[in-house]
Structure formats: structure tokens, C-alpha cells
Design a protein. Structure first.
Lengths: 375, 375
């Protein structure tokens, strides 16, 4: 199988697996325990936290480990709702967990920031204008979109918010481990997780202030900001994966992989001219290509199923909303045509994906198009 | 090191490690993904859920995977608070996560059920009497206490609650994987986690109704009752550990291990007559011995540190409250003497602990007592 669904989850890296297995044997005590075995586990947590802090560029004390980006997003929005009476502004293309948590925690007091049609990037003029007239509880703009790979101008959104003294929240789940995370640590709140770049599932984090209101209470773990026995092996393994990715990011790996992506797009446009790449004119992640296939196919499932039979694991959009046959809120916000979701395919490469894998996808798409009468 | 702190966390079992490593290579896709790799991961989750359901004796549809018992407890109490205006009754010896969540979610509307002094079991007469006069939102009584190993009469508490139509919540974190979980599935709400019996940290569950209010929202995972990408490898690994433990529980392993515990207690009382075993007259877990050491030692840390130097990893109580030098609420509720927490040591064995390990602890305790002038 050629796996092109890394935005849903990235298979565990060899380094992460090794770190996990090692940690489960060497660091098997509870970090809160009063003996040396516990202290060793606690020290390993510190090292992992320092690793993440170095990547994001913020003090380790501002980082809280969680069970994943969804828990982190829920915790941040609960914290903001509990500590402010204002309105939450969030981009219209945020991940479903941000939208669902906003609906729950900011009922009647959240609004969506528009994105530039077709482009898919948050409308900074609209944000800037709104900030001149109103003062929200916080602004949330993701770093990169999970469905389209469109990179958001989060640095500029962050700076605009800072000028107005408004807390800025950034969902970096699809960014960290794919691109250099420098500057993310300057956001007030950041959420992310490890399984999007080859760490294990079940590990996430929050960059947050020290007076963060815990969503999960109980023991004094994480300086009182998230109770529950820490997943030491998972956290250590995540840090190993992050170190591996940050080292690769520092080489020319990104440029090379961006070229593979663009060659695939070029070849695809030539082979199937009816295909539309979503957000083609926006900066996009090197690993993600979201396309609208030609309209001949009557149902998006058929493309995915056909590709699956041809040995390609791709997606129809967010794994968190696939299965639900409703239109993608991301495409709607981007105004990418009525019924477009039905023709959406997302290819998301990983760190182990090769140039040849992209060629394999292209060949499979050609076959699928033939079989579906979509050429 | 001789590890006697399994109630804090149990090292990963060999079967659990093998299952995790296998799952991270064979089941590396997102269970929500629309391709066959995703379907395989989803099917593995179903098998694991069926395994837990068989252990607890409830429909698999009533089980939700979480990141741990603390998250589960928080979610259950949030759900109950959101769906009722009544009072929460909980035993005075519940885990800190239940107490903290009760204080947060039932402010001014929770009360503690007393335990029988010295014995440490919840006072069923008091519960029965209270239920005749009042109708709480729910009653929470743990299955077995983490600090003392005292087994609670949860089956009778559950039946009393059922007679009065009151939801019953049981914290089975220290029970499941140590004793047969039959009957737990008949409780309305049960929480537990895997790392207490040799599964990985970061995996917990809730037995709950199908209309459970999610604490973490976002994607449609877990039938809308807990959003976030499932920790497939962790869950599969947990199920492997549970199967292993349930198989052992079905043999005479428990009787044998209970005899080891009791022989240790007998030898300890002979060697250090000033020692008091907490809850000695109550039914207790086969793995746990909580003792008050003779008063010569002025600080509980010293016993733990001394033992640590002698190669024994033990605890001073709950890992979730150690580090905080405050009296144990469990000992206070049991009325086990002023200042008793300072002399508390908890030895908690695991599935790999041998009879010889108990002898090693005894010898170390004798040495420590000599060195501390506590004989």
C-alpha cells in the first residue's frame, strides 16, 4: 500500500518506536513517585519538554503535555471562556475540534473570520479592521490547514493581535514536525500533537501561561495545569520524533519535497486537465495536495475506494469529519463551488514518502479516472 | 531495584509491549480514514473494546476510550453535573481526581460518605439511611482504594443505589486487571485505566450510557462521546494486558499472591511490632500493604529515601498526591491517628512480583528500622 494520508495520522517513525520501547523498560515508574525510579521518569519528561520548548521557542514552563491536539484545543477554549466574557474569533477553516469547542464554550459569542475566496488564507484585512472596532476574548488562526495544506499567515495574525493586546491562539497540529516551528512559541496559546509527524498517537501539548485553568483536575501533574499520570513513554517518543523532524527540516529536505509535490501537481494537471488543486495560489504544506477531481465521478467515495483498490490510501478530507457525508466547511469557506466536497481527494505525504510514491499516485489516478469515466 | 509501587504505575507487560509494537506497524492508519488501512485500525479498536466489555460484563457500545482514569473521572462528573441539579455523594476515600472534579463540577452540592473508622470501607448503613431521605444526582464509591488497597463493598453500594434509582459511579482503576471485573459492567458509570495492570500509560475508559455528554468535542470518534484520534496502539496494547491479567485471575494466582502478602505482614509484625497495617481487618487487594511505621522516624520521606537506597521503590501513599506534604485524606477519613501520614509507607506489588521480592522488602525494612532507630 502507498500511504498518502499522513495528515490523518503519520505512521510511527523508527526513532520514535525505539524511544518508546526503551522508555517503557528504562523509565517505567510514575514521575510523581518519591523514589529514584520516579525521579528518572520525571527527569525524562523535563528533557522532552525542553526539546519541545526549543522547537517552538518558548520557556519549557509554558508547555503542558496532554493526550492530543483535540484535548488541547478543548482545554484552551475552556480556559479562555472561563476567564473572559468577550467573543472568540476563529478562522472559518479551523479544525472541527476548535469549531465544536467554540460552539460549546462560546455559545452566542463566537464569530468566524473569513478566508480569502479560493486562496483559503484568513483575511487579514478583515481581522485588522475588526480589531480596530472590537476587542475579542481571543483570536484563533491555525498554522496550516489539515484538509488543504494551505499555510495561514499566523505570524502576521499573531502580531496584529499583539498590537491590540488580544490573546492569539494557534493550532499547529499540521505544522510542527513539518516546518520549522520558530515563532510559534511567541503565540499566547499553541496546540499540537505528535502523531501527525511520526510520534505516537495519544500525545499532545499546549503552549499556555502558567495560570492556565486545568480542564482535567486531580493530581498536581503538569504544575496543576493537567492532572493524570503522565504518558512518559509517549512523551519521550514524541520528543524523539520531533528531534528527528526538526533535524530534517534544517536540511534541504523541505525544498526537495516541495519540488516532488509540485511535479506531481504539474503532471496531474497535464494528465487530467479537469482537476483543480485547492488553494493552488496560496502557500501550502510540502506534503499536502487537495484536489477536486473531474465531475464525471458522482461520489467522492468512489474515487477513494477505487484508489484504495489500486493500493493508494488517500482521504476525502479531514479524518475527523470523514465518514460524515457532509460538505467540507473548509471548501465552503473557500467558496470552492457547490457540491465540490463530493469530488475532493486529499493526498498527504509523510517523511518516508519518496518521489516514486508520488509517481505511483499519479499512475493510480490515471487508472482510476479511466475506470470511472472521468478523463 | 525491587519495585513495589505498582499502584502508582505498573511496568508494561511483555504481551502489552509486543502488542503495541505490532500495532504501530500493522495498524498505523487513522481509524476514521476511508480506506482499508483505516478500516483495519477501526476493526482492531472494536476487538479491543469487545475484550474490555467481556471483562466488565457490559455491552461494548457502553465503553468509551479515553486517555486515562483521571480524564474519565473528570468526564463522568462533568456529564452528571450538566445533566442533573442534585447533589453528588462520594466516599471520603475517593481518588483525588474524583474529589477535585466534585469540587469543580458540584460546588456546594457534593457531600462525602463516611468510611468505617480503621476499616476504611464505606459506611453502607449511612448510605442506605441517606438514600431513604434524599435522592442524590449520583453516588460514587471506588472499587478498591489506591493508598490502602482496602476493597470497597461496591457491589452492595451499586445495588442499594439501583433500588433507589440513583446512578452509581465506580472508580475501578485499582481493581480491573487485579481482580475479576465481573459485575462492574452493571454499574452505571465505571472508570479505569490500563497502566495500573501492565498496559501502557495514556489509555483509560468509561463505561457510560450512549447519550453521554462528551467532555472533549471535535470529531465524531467514540460515537460522539470523546473526540480526538484514537490511540489505537495503546488501546490494542491495553486489551492484550487485560486479557493476560484476566487469564491469570482465573487461576489460583490471586490466592497464592494473597498468601505472600499475608506472610509478609505476619513477618513484619513480628520483626517490627510497632508497625500498624492500615485496614488490616478489611478485605484488601492482594498486592497492597499500607503500613504505619513505628514513630521513631520523624518524617515519612526518610523511610522512603532509606528504602530507595536499599533498593526498594515504595511510596508514601498516592502518587497523585505525593510530593505534596499534606496529610492523606484517606487516613484522615479512616481516623488513623494524628500525624499518621508521616509514617505511612505503601508497598504495592505487581504481576511480576515474586514471593522472594516480598522477603527482600522485609529485609530492607529491618535494615531501615535499625538505621532510623525505629526498632
Amino acid at each position: 500500500m502507498t500511504y498518502f494520508d499522513h495528515n490523518a495520522t503519520h505512521p510511527l517513525s523508527a526513532a520514535a518506536r525505539e524511544a518508546w520501547v526503551d522508555a517503557t523498560s528504562r523509565l517505567s515508574a510514575n514521575p510523581s513517585a518519591p523514589h529514584r525510579a520516579g525521579a528518572r521518569a520525571a527527569a525524562a519528561l523535563d528533557v522532552a519538554r525542553d526539546r519541545l520548548a526549543a522547537s517552538l521557542g518558548c520557556p519549557a514552563a509554558n508547555l503542558v503535555w496532554t493526550s492530543g491536539a483535540t484535548e488541547s484545543a478543548n482545554a484552551v477554549l475552556r480556559h479562555l471562556a472561563a476567564n473572559s466574557t468577550g467573543t472568540l474569533w476563529l478562522s472559518a477553516v479551523e479544525h472541527p475540534c476548535f469549531i465544536a469547542a467554540a460552539q460549546r464554550d462560546f455559545p452566542g459569542r463566537h464569530r468566524f473570520l473569513p478566508v480569502v475566496p479560493k486562496l483559503g488564507t484568513v483575511d487579514l484585512d478583515a481581522l485588522s479592521d475588526a480589531l480596530r472596532h472590537d476587542r475579542p476574548a481571543a483570536v484563533a488562526v491555525m498554522a496550516a490547514n489539515n484538509e488543504t495544506g494551505v499555510i495561514q499567515p499566523w505570524q502576521r495574525a499573531r502580531d496584529l493581535c499583539r498590537e491590540h493586546g488580544v490573546p492569539f491562539v494557534c493550532d499547529a497540529a499540521q505544522w510542527t514536525g513539518k516546518l520549522a516551528s520558530t515563532g510559534l512559541g511567541d503565540c499566547d496559546y499553541v496546540v499540537g500533537c505528535a502523531h501527525k509527524f511520526g510520534g505516537p498517537a495519544g500525545v499532545g501539548w499546549i503552549r499556555c501561561p502558567s495560570d492556565f485553568t486545568p480542564s482535567i483536575v486531580g493530581g498536581p501533574q503538569e504544575e496543576g495545569r493537567r492532572a493524570g499520570t503522565e504518558n512518559v513513554a509517549g512523551i519521550v517518543s514524541s520528543a524523539a520524533a520531533l528531534a528527528e523532524r526538526d533535524a530534517a527540516i534544517a536540511t534541504n529536505a523541505i525544498a526537495e519535497r516541495t519540488a516532488w509535490r509540485d511535479r506531481f501537481i504539474g503532471n496531474l494537471m497535464t494528465a487530467l486537465p479537469g482537476t483543480t488543486v485547492i488553494g493552488l495560489d496560496a502557500p501550502r504544506l510540502w506534503n499536502t495536495v487537495a484536489v477536486l477531481m473531474p465531475p464525471a465521478a458522482d461520489c467522492r467515495r468512489r474515487w477513494v475506494v477505487k484508489l484504495d483498490r489500486l493500493g493508494i490510501a488517500a482521504s476525502t478530507g479531514s479524518a475527523c469529519s470523514s465518514g460524515k457525508e457532509k460538505p467540507s466547511h473548509v471548501l465552503e469557506a473557500m467558496r470552492v463551488g457547490e457540491g465540490a466536497s463530493d469530488r475532493l481527494l486529499r493526498f498527504s505525504a509523510g517523511w518516508e514518502t519518496t518521489a516514486a510514491d508520488w509517481d505511483t499516485v499519479l499512475a493510480a489516478l490515471k487508472s482510476a479516472a479511466m475506470e470511472l469515466g472521468a478523463t
